[in-house]
Design a binder for this molecule. Structure first.
Ligand SMILES: Cc1ncc(C[n+]2csc(CCOP(=O)(O)OP(=O)(O)O)c2C)c(N)n1
Length: 668
């Protein structure tokens, strides 16, 4: 219930005043926007004041300082808390004007924090649970890089704010469990324990004992009054001494200060209204007009923001003393630049495939590529959601990350697909590492919310998704992806690669690694595929997304067969069958639609041709009409697959040269 009585005296009136600046900016920005969430910033303002004012290592003038502490606002709906902190501590781009344009088109102050829009936003949050799961990846990255470059160079902490919502989301289970298992002792979660969500009190839907839950996951736990600055500071100091990740449960009141809405869901997701804000100002003793921060408060916050500069300079001095080759490597990786000889490494992998006339599954080709890439590209760090032998994700000699020992480069993510994907987002936004992780393509559904965020953040996570069609056979329709390629292609800014053979697989690995600003899906087969490309390797032909693998022999094309992945071999056989009956067919391999889409019209037209087209893909048609044209046919899936050996399942669903040739003939 609301509590219109005066607020209890704060433990530290000075710090309360600093926190009230956050409260006022949050109330006023949400009010001006007529949209947003004032309750959480008002409830967590004192905790944020202690963390940012006394503990967090950061430098607003050097927001990308690699050894800064990471701060994740997992309860991203409270974005005004972060924007107010960035503004008050002196991030130059977070101006008063930006706060006044909260949630407006073109502003840096989007509804939920978006990485890249403003400096100081470490990761995009809003979908509850993602931030806390990202933080696990950040903490892994920190520990691993410390083993590579030393504690002098990498030695920072990761702090997370989260609410009841984040802890109700299933992905939090995966994240907490993995963090506890790995003993990520430099990760601290500060939970906004306010017992309120949108629908009302948390008692409507949950009765978990969160402290016991975190403890069961192997976390150190403590509880504080989220308005008591001394308790908060003591708990953060306590967290620094733990040998495992730590939870600080902070008892708070949502909308703290609001006379009638505090402590209720009414403070959660809508403007407080003029009357309520007036009352809050009175109760908080904040007599300044909207967006005005008095000098003493501004000075204190600026001093808090300036605190990190000296620490950063000390770090720079240590970096300067680092062995030159190591320092260059560190800086190269931080800048997201790949080793200069990557193309050579890929060329050698392709040569090897050709020399062996590799008739292998593309998942095996991916594994063989990793055998060469992992030693050549030290920033690669990988893993699998418990399908290592199936995904072929573990390179020869790739050692494992273990609880308390982060020197390895292979992560057993456990059966936690979304946790893995979200952790990879955390690893990649941390900087210095390129994460890849495997599971079956069909289980991208379990990871999709995090894959979407990789794409929204424009970060180069690499998803190694094997068993990419009904071609996986006996595991049957539960495991056979049908709509997944289409669903993934629907995500903007995500490159979906489906290589046709070993050479294309290595090429797609190169493209995925080189693209540091878009995530990649590598959709790979379980079944062996013949080598299609046996010309000496000079260019990465997959780079244009689609290309003519085999032109029609003996005259103009009568039909063009468009195929991806395992169906390229079927199309090639169909081409031969058509040739035998005097029909001139070309085969176009389309390993990545998104890259093909980026080519100019002249190239696209040359590849697609003007003849009738047949699309071939062991997946649903959805999306294919973009490429098929008016006179066309599609050989694909029209429903779920079936359990059985590939030798029977594949022809059962029509993936034979005869059926494709038949479809082509029907167009002539
Ligand atoms: C995955 C996901 N589901 C639903 C929402 C919508 N949503 C935003 S905030 C919220 C309630 C969160 O409650 P809590 O974490 O306790 O935040 P508080 O009310 O304390 O600010 C919900 C359901 C969301 N942002 N993300």
């Amino acid at each position: 219930m609301s509590d219109p009585t005066p607020l209890p005296a704060p433990r530290d009136p000075h710090l309360r005043r600093m926190a009230n600046a956050i409260r006022a900016l949050a109330m006023d920005s949400v009010e001006k926007a007529n949209s947003g969430h004032p309750g959480m910033p008002m409830g967590m303002a004192d905790i944020a004041t202690v963390l940012f004012g006394q503990f967090l290592h950061f430098d607003p003038l050097h927001p990308d300082w690699p050894d800064r502490d990471r701060f994740v606002l997992s309860n991203g709906h409270g974005s005004m808390l972060l924007y107010a902190l960035l503004h008050l501590t002196g991030y130059p781009d977070m101006t008063t004007d930006q706060l006044q344009h909260f949630r407006q088109l073109g502003s840096k102050t989007a509804g939920h924090p978006e990485r890249g829009l403003a400096t100081g936003i470490e990761t995009t949050t809003g979908p509850l649970g993602q931030g806390i799961a990202n933080s696990v990846g950040m903490a892994i990255a920190e520990r691993h890089l410390a083993t590579e470059f030393g504690d002098d160079i990498v030695n920072h902490r990761t702090y997370v704010f989260c609410g009841d919502g984040c802890l109700m989301e299933g992905v939090s289970h995966e994240a907490l469990s993995l963090a506890g298992h790995l003993r990520l002792n430099k990760l601290t979660v500060l939970w906004d324990d306010n017992s309120v969500t949108i629908d009302g009190p948390t008692s409507l839907a949950v009765s978990d004992d969160q402290i016991a839950r975190f403890a069961a996951h192997g976390w150190a736990t403590t509880r504080v009054d989220g308005f008591d600055h001394e308790q908060i500071a003591a708990a953060i100091k306590w967290a620094h001494t733990q040998d495992r990740p730590s939870l600080i449960a902070c008892r708070t009141i949502i909308g703290f200060g609001a006379p009638t809405k505090a402590g209720t869901a009414h403070a959660h997701g809508s403007p407080l209204g003029a009357e309520e804000i007036k009352g809050a100002r009175e109760r908080l003793g904040w007599e300044y007009p909207p967006f005005v921060v008095p000098d003493d408060v501004r000075d204190w916050w600026h001093a808090a923001g300036a605190r990190g500069a000296a620490t950063r300079k000390e770090w720079e001095a240590r970096l300067a003393k680092l062995d030159a080759a190591k320092r260059d490597d560190f800086l190269r990786r931080q800048a997201g630049k790949l080793p200069a000889d990557l193309a050579k490494t890929i060329g050698a992998i392709c040569e090897d495939f050709r020399a062996k006339n590799a008739r292998i599954a593309t998942r095996q080709a991916s594994g063989a590529s990793l055998d060469a890439l992992v030693p050549a590209v030290p920033e690669i760090i990988g893993g699998s959601a418990d399908l290592t032998p199936s995904n072929n994700t573990k390179a020869k000699n790739e050692t494992e990350i273990k609880p308390g020992d982060f020197s390895g480069r292979y992560i057993h993510f456990g059966i936690r697909e979304m946790g893995m994907a979200a952790a990879m987002n955390g690893i990649v936004v941390h900087g210095g590492l390129i994460p890849y992780g495997g599971t079956f393509l069909t289980f991208t559904d379990y990871a999709r919310p995090s894959i979407r965020l990789s794409a929204l953040m424009e970060v180069g996570v690499i998803y190694v998704m094997t068993h990419d069609s009904i071609g996986l056979g006996e595991d049957g329709p539960t495991h056979q992806p049908i709509e997944h390629l289409s669903a993934l292609r629907a995500i903007p800014h995500l490159n979906v690669f489906r290589p046709a053979d070993a050479v294309e697989t290595a090429e797609c690995w190169q493209l995925a690694l080189e693209n540091r600003h878009a995530p990649s899906i590598l959709a790979l087969t379980r079944q062996p595929l013949p080598l299609q490309r046996n010309e000496p390797h000079s260019e990465n032909r997959s780079a244009k997304g689609a290309y003519v693998l085999a032109e029609a022999d003996g005259g103009a094309r009568q039909v063009t067969l468009l195929a991806t992945g395992s169906e390229v071999a079927v199309a090639m056989d169909a081409r031969a069958a058509l040739a035998a009956s005097g029909i001139r067919a070309a085969v176009v391999s389309m390993p990545c639609w998104e890259l093909f889409e980026k080519q100019d019209a002249a190239y696209q037209n040359a590849v697609l041709g003007t003849a009738p087209r047949v699309g071939v893909e062991a997946a649903v048609r959805h999306g294919w009409d973009r490429w098929l044209g008016p006179k066309s046919a599609f050989v694909g899936m029209h429903g779920f697959g079936a359990s059985g050996p590939i030798e029977t399942v594949y022809p059962h669903f029509g993936f034979t040269a005869e059926k494709v040739a038949e479809a082509a003939r029907s167009l002539l």
